[in-house]
Every structure is written in structure tokens, then in C-alpha cells.
Design a protein around this ligand. Structure first.
Ligand SMILES: [Zn+2]
Length: 184
């Protein structure tokens, strides 16, 4: 009875999150949110991790972000800057993050569309030079939803990922909670 109620809640949650399409996470290894592009270069490894996770926990993973274009990366970094995040502290590639923060400081009084264009231009130039402020830009990372994982499932995900050489960045206590998985 309890299990039935839980499954019902889960399905309602998925139904809302996946664009009106009900996905039973007990039956699939992986669900990808609409408008999210699974990075082709690491797809097989993401799928293998998700399959291992479902074997141990009985449920699949929800991928909330994958490959990003510079414009989308600029959106996310501007959102972080607007909410007061220290992006140089939060990004592993400090030099690239500092360049984005410096560009933002120069244009922050302009209309938002112009700020976004300026940040995207910086990020695009970095990508062209092979310098990636986020591994999402180089098909090397995905984000996994964590709000619907309990403590034991979270620990299992971290263990399985690390056993496969995947770096887990725990963003579960940020205003946009998720686990960021670096595959490269
Ligand atoms: Zn991420």
C-alpha cells in the first residue's frame, strides 16, 4: 500500500517534469528532460552508470542538463552572478570564470540582452580557443536531479560514479540542487 502510494507520487512528479509524458523511473535507466541534449561523446558511459544505479536502487536517473551552447552557459552564469554567487570560487576553471566575471562587471548596467550577448561572446571565444569554463561545453558533463533521491540513493550514485572515474560535484545544497557529473 505504501509502495503504491510512493510510486503514484513519483509518477505524478515525473509527469510534471517531463513535459506531460509520464515516465516510470522504475522501468527505465534514464530519463532526459525536454530540451536537454545528451552529450554524444559520453552517452554510453552515462547509460552504463544509470543502468548500474537502477540495478542497485530499483530506479533510474533523471538528466536535467547536458551539452550546452555558449548562449545557454552565459544564461546560467548570469543567473548565478545575479543571485550573488562567486563564480570564480564555484568554477574549477578559475581563469575562464574570472574572464566571464570581468566581462560582466563591465556591462552590468546594460540591458540584459546585451549583457547576455557579451558573456556569450567571451564564452564562445574561450571554446574556440579550447578553453572550457564548463565541461558541459565540451560534451563532457551531465547534471542529475537529486531532489527525488534519498540519502542512500545519493550515496550509491556517488559511489558508482567515482568507481567509473566520474567526478561528482555536489550541487545539492545550492538554490538549483543537482549533482554535476564530469566524465572528462
Ligand atoms: Zn553541471
Amino acid at each position: 500500500m505504501l509502495a503504491g502510494a510512493l510510486l503514484c507520487c513519483l509518477l505524478l512528479g515525473e509527469s510534471a517534469a517531463l513535459g506531460g509524458v509520464a515516465v516510470d523511473l522504475a522501468a527505465v535507466d534514464l530519463a532526459v528532460l525536454p530540451d536537454v541534449e545528451m552529450p554524444a561523446a559520453i552517452r554510453a558511459r552515462v547509460e552504463a552508470l544509470a543502468a548500474a544505479f537502477r540495478r542497485e536502487t530499483g530506479r533510474g536517473l533523471v538528466i536535467t542538463d547536458g551539452t550546452r551552447r555558449p548562449e545557454r552557459q552565459a544564461e546560467l552564469m548570469l543567473r548565478n552572478l545575479e543571485r550573488g554567487d562567486d563564480i570564480v570560487r564555484n568554477y574549477a576553471n578559475k581563469r575562464a570564470a574570472r574572464a566571464v566575471a570581468d566581462a560582466h562587471a563591465k556591462v552590468r548596467r546594460l540591458p540584459r540582452a546585451e549583457i547576455l550577448a557579451a558573456l556569450a561572446a567571451v564564452i564562445r571565444a574561450q571554446v574556440q580557443a579550447g578553453d572550457y569554463v564548463s565541461k558541459h561545453l565540451r560534451e563532457g558533463a551531465v547534471d542529475v536531479r537529486c531532489t527525488d533521491l534519498n540519502a542512500s540513493q545519493r550515496a550509491t550514485l556517488k559511489r558508482l560514479a567515482r568507481a567509473r572515474g566520474v567526478e561528482v560535484v555536489d550541487e545539492s545544497r545550492t538554490p538549483t540542487p543537482h549533482y554535476h557529473l564530469n566524465f572528462v
